[in-house]
Write a protein that binds this ligand. Structure first.
Ligand SMILES: *[C@@H]1O[C@H](CO)[C@@H](O)[C@H](O)[C@H]1NC(C)=O
Ligand SMILES: *[C@@H]1O[C@H](CO)[C@@H](O)[C@H](O)[C@H]1NC(C)=O
Ligand SMILES: *[C@@H]1O[C@H](CO)[C@@H](O)[C@H](O)[C@H]1NC(C)=O
Ligand SMILES: *[C@@H]1O[C@H](CO)[C@@H](O)[C@H](O)[C@H]1NC(C)=O
Ligand SMILES: *[C@@H]1O[C@H](CO)[C@@H](O)[C@H](O)[C@H]1NC(C)=O
Ligand SMILES: *[C@@H]1O[C@H](CO)[C@@H](O)[C@H](O)[C@H]1NC(C)=O
Ligand SMILES: *[C@@H]1O[C@H](CO)[C@@H](O)[C@H](O)[C@H]1NC(C)=O
Length: 363
């Protein structure tokens, strides 16, 4: 039994099957709380012997789902062509995994008996806003993770509980935001909205998000950088939009910003303020696949700059170092300049004094 249990655990925690698109959960790694014994989100089908499901006829396990014995609060109903969320879920349910079905509706009372839900994963269904019962989430006062990636949402659902920490709505058809859904989400740290159809965002709409750390707005239709976004953000992803310029000083308010991704836009050196990327907190800056003709000025603290595939034909050390001295030099570790109009011979002889701890430079 001991050996069998060990091999069961090994199967559960092996990560070999989670790299495909069908389990990307919005593309951001899922944060399990091991102390809380969060159950694996990976499907159980084909990974665990059926002997481990409901072997003692665990009370109330919906017939369409699997309830593994070691996680009594977890119900796995993923990837099985369900047309609706099972009715009569056991009250003890804390983890409900219903991704990869063809669910279109969420009746208002469907979660009325499962008020202890902490994780609700509804990725890859066909749920649209009009088919979400009024207040279906509002009584879930312990819900922390709500995933609705790859559905048919056109708006952010409303009446979300203030307990949410991780809200993933990537790859829907959301065209507009409003402040209403975000008003009470004071503990939300992750918000994924990439792969939607947002063309304009007023950052004031996110004013309620007092704890937000990670905001992904990539792969939308933004032509202007959203102003007044919450200042707590540390990871801001706006790749694959239609940004041609940025308002001067638009990153100055983010004192904790670490990772900024703006690749695959149309940013153009001539239309940007000289010091817009001079942000002392930044560690990584992605400006690849834009329209830069020169390397913008960056702060000496920056460690990773990706500015490949632009139209850069000049390299000036002052982009990285305003002064060079034994104590003044760039922290740059990796610099990608490949796919531009530069050659290695164009680097001025003094570059190595400024970029003195660089590990890799691609030209
Ligand atoms: C909730 O519990 C009540 C009482 O046991 C039951 O009548 C009702 O059908 C349950 N609702 C759901 C959605 O399971
Ligand atoms: C959801 O969207 C998909 C593709 O966008 C479409 O084929 C499907 O009919 C939609 N389902 C509903 C219920 O609107
Ligand atoms: C936010 O988190 C704090 C600390 O964990 C908790 O005390 C508070 O109740 C949470 N707020 C809501 C609305 O759940
Ligand atoms: C929603 O977005 C569309 C297109 O971006 C815009 O034309 C429309 O005015 C917006 N509606 C609201 C209510 O903001
Ligand atoms: C880049 O700049 C050139 C010259 O101004 C312009 O013709 C081209 O359309 C721009 N490309 C993009 C993707 O904005
Ligand atoms: C860059 O920012 C620093 C503060 O971190 C400031 O002292 C410096 O003057 C700025 N440089 C330029 C060229 O704007
Ligand atoms: C580099 O930039 C500085 C400041 O913009 C300028 O004074 C200097 O002439 C430039 N050097 C070269 C070689 O272009």
């Amino acid at each position: 039994m001991g050996v069998r249990f060990l091999s069961l655990l090994a199967a559960l925690f092996s990560a070999t099957t989670c790299a495909d698109d069908y389990s990307d959960y919005g593309g951001l790694p899922v944060n399990f709380n091991r102390e809380d014994n969060d159950p694996s989100l990976l499907t159980l089908s084909g990974r665990i012997s059926h002997n481990y499901f409901r072997p003692f006829g665990i009370q109330g396990c919906p017939s369409a789902c699997d309830c593994p014995i070691q996680w009594l609060n977890a119900i796995y109903c993923d990837n099985r062509d369900l047309g609706h969320v099972p009715f009569t879920l056991p009250r003890r349910t804390r983890y409900l995994y219903v991704q990869g079905n063809r669910i279109q509706h969420l009746p208002a009372a469907i979660f009325s008996n499962t008020t202890e839900l902490k994780w609700l994963v509804l990725d890859r269904n066909e749920i649209g806003n009009e088919a979400i019962g009024n207040g279906v989430f509002s009584s879930l006062s312990q819900l922390e993770n709500l995933y609705m990636n790859h559905n048919n949402l056109t708006e952010v659902p409303t009446l979300l509980p203030g307990s949410l920490k991780d809200l993933r709505l990537a790859h829907n058809r959301i065209t507009n935001l409003s402040s209403e859904p975000f008003r009470d989400l004071v503990n939300l740290t992750i918000l994924l909205l990439q792969g939607n159809q947002l063309s304009a965002i007023d950052g004031n709409q996110m004013k309620g998000l007092k704890s937000i750390v990670h905001l992904d707005l990539s792969n939308n239709h933004l032509a202007e950088f959203p102003e007044n976004l919450p200042v707590t953000i540390q990871q801001l992803y706006c790749s694959r939009n239609a940004l041609g310029s940025l308002p001067p000083g638009c990153f100055a308010q983010f004192e904790r910003l670490l990772y900024l991704r703006l690749g695959h836009n149309s940013l153009d050196s001539d239309r940007l303020a000289r010091d817009v990327f001079n942000v002392s907190s930044l560690i990584e800056l992605d400006l690849g696949y834009n329209n830069f003709t020169s390397v913008p000025l960056v702060h000496q603290n920056l460690r990773y700059l990706y500015i490949e595939a632009n139209r850069i034909d000049e390299f000036n050390v002052t982009s990285f170092c305003r002064r060079v001295s034994p104590v003044d030099y760039s922290q740059m570790r990796i610099l990608r300049l490949d796919g531009n109009k530069l050659t290695y011979n164009q680097l001025p002889s003094d570059w190595i004094w400024c970029l003195r701890i660089i590990a890799q430079i691609y030209i």
